[in-house]
Design a binder for this molecule. Structure first.
Ligand code: SF4
Ligand code: SF4
Length: 83
């Protein structure tokens, strides 16, 4: 019975995720914005020291790591924190 109850309960979300963008490493290629499956990223209106718009988190991140793995400049590190 305890096993059956466990199966029916929704999984408990214990963490929230957020990508940290190293502002001065970003070259504004927009790859992360286009590949994010939940449309959580966007580009800033302002520029970094290199003269590029920079990716930033605008909505809820699911922690899929696609942006971190595909950024050609290694400018994104996805981090999780306990809720
Ligand atoms: S993929 Fe990397 S370099 Fe390109 S916009 Fe995103 S953070 Fe910037
Ligand atoms: S980890 Fe996934 S969901 Fe979160 S911002 Fe990156 S691509 Fe989007």
């Amino acid at each position: 019975m305890a096993q059956m109850k466990q199966k029916l309960e929704a999984p408990v979300k214990r963490f929230s995720f957020y990508p940290i963008v190293e502002r001065e490493f970003c070259k504004g290629c927009v790859l992360c914005v286009e590949l994010c499956p939940v449309d959580a990223l966007d580009m800033t209106d302002d520029y970094n020291k290199l003269g590029y718009h920079v990716a930033y988190l605008k909505d809820i991140c699911t922690g899929c790591l696609i942006c971190e793995k595909t950024c050609p400049e290694l400018a994104i590190k996805v981090t999780k924190k306990p809720l």
